[in-house]
Design a protein around this ligand. Structure first.
Ligand SMILES: [Zn+2]
Length: 131
């Protein structure tokens, strides 16, 4: 294998120590391999997303760990209040709604079963007439 054909293997760290030393010797004198290696390194950079600059990371951390808003101190009180409000809501609206819904449901069921029954009865009559 010609030294120049080993540039990819070298870049990927797949040469054994002896080959690596030999190639590094070649690399010093071969502009083509130097350029190729530079290109491969650039390609690698393009594939791995660059880490955010430390300045940006610091800013983000400062934002997420900055002083809590005032209501955060009353988190549990708020949670309790919310639960109470939900309970009150359910207590106020469910009892009045459920009987109504049940009535409507029963009425609907009655109406449709009546319809079904009468159509069934009608079919029976038709059959009796037929025979
Ligand atoms: Zn070369």
């Amino acid at each position: 294998m010609k030294p120049c054909e080993q540039v990819l293997l070298y870049a990927q760290g797949e040469l054994n120590p002896a080959e690596k030393t030999a190639f590094e010797g070649h690399l010093k004198t071969c502009a083509a391999c130097q350029a190729e290696l530079k290109f491969l390194a650039k390609l690698d950079e393009g594939l791995t997303p660059p880490a955010a600059p430390q300045r940006v990371i610091d800013k983000l951390l400062a934002r997420t760990t900055r002083k809590k808003p005032f209501w955060a101190r009353f988190k549990w009180e708020l949670a309790g209040l919310t639960a109470a409000a939900c309970a009150a809501f359910v207590w106020t609206f469910l009892p009045s709604q459920e009987p109504f819904n049940a009535h409507e449901l029963v009425a609907y069921m009655n109406a449709s079963s009546d319809d079904e029954y009468s159509s069934f009865a009608q079919e029976l009559n038709d059959m009796e007439d037929y025979f």
